[in-house]
Design a protein around this ligand. Structure first.
Ligand code: R5P
Length: 271
């Protein structure tokens, strides 16, 4: 691996633990002002010190993140669709590599939609992005299965998606946790991070999902709603970190969550 690529990978996956807590904040690119991230700066600022990497679009990065903050960015560079449009899978590339480099990113992210009418288009978008990423030493995050694809959230489908991303040269693959998750990680030679998905009922559910994903071979999370839709997002991200980086069991991490929650006032971005 060339120096630039290796250095950027180390900015995403921490070399001391081999793991990562990525904070996903890109939801607005097709969902608009999603609950609790209506005003991105307010949501992002308190969480920044605890995220190894933030994942978002260039618009939110430029408007809502202080360029003097020490943070690593994985830039979403695909889009062009909306939740009310005819097809969520009809994505194209939205951001040039030149702009990504100008923004000093650690990586770039793109969705693929396997099993849809836009499978070929989105997989070729990914392959093209990997070509560009290799040219400039920028790792590519391949994001599998969003929107309706989640109806097929099982190991057979997700392992197919993840393996295809890896075969196309993706440096890190993002997918969802599912039953028999080892089948997904075992079949994917690239490192895998999990998204959190819609907000789960309890904090323990989120911590257990994170713990199980790590136990079954994930290198970390790229999580959004289950952190910033929690009434105590800082306590939540710190509890997630304890599982990912410090080997805390879900119960221990939940104790940590409760102790941080007790110290801090309820922090809600906007209600
Ligand atoms: C979805 O398209 C985005 O890539 C999100 O970043 C992803 O779903 C992770 O966020 P969450 O944990 O809220 O599912």
């Amino acid at each position: 691996m060339d120096w630039g690529m290796e250095n950027r990978m180390a900015r995403i996956i921490k070399p001391d633990t081999g793991r990562t807590v990525m904070l996903a904040l890109d939801h607005g690119y097709f969902l608009g002002p999603t609950h609790r991230i209506e005003e991105p700066r307010k949501t992002i600022e308190p969480l920044l010190p605890y995220a190894d990497t933030i994942m978002l679009t260039r618009g939110v990065l430029r408007t809502s993140v202080d360029p003097k903050s020490i943070t690593n960015v994985v830039l979403r560079v695909s889009g062009g669709v909306s939740i009310i449009g005819p097809s969520l899978s009809d994505e194209g590339l939205t951001t040039s590599l030149k702009d990504a480099i100008r923004l000093n990113v650690a990586g770039i992210g793109i969705s693929v939609f396997v099993g849809t009418d836009h499978e070929r288009q989105t997989l070729l978008n990914l392959a093209e992005l990997v070509n560009l990423g290799e040219d400039y030493g920028i790792p590519v995050l391949g994001i599998t299965a969003v929107g309706k694809e989640l109806e097929k959230r099982d190991a057979r489908f997700l392992s197919l998606c993840c393996r295809i991303c890896a075969e196309l040269g993706t440096h890190i693959v993002k997918t969802y946790y599912c039953e028999d998750f080892e089948k997904v990680t075992n079949g994917c030679p690239a490192p895998i991070v999990i998204a959190g998905g819609p907000k789960l009922e309890t904090e323990v559910d989120v911590l257990e999902m994170t713990y199980n994903a790590i136990e079954q071979g994930a290198v970390g999370v790229d999580m959004g709603r289950n952190i910033w839709q929690n009434d105590h997002p800082v306590a939540m991200i710190r509890a997630i970190r304890s599982v990912v980086h410090e080997g805390f069991k879900p119960k221990q991490a939940h104790e940590l969550f409760k102790s941080i929650k007790a110290e801090q006032p309820k922090k809600v971005a906007s209600v």
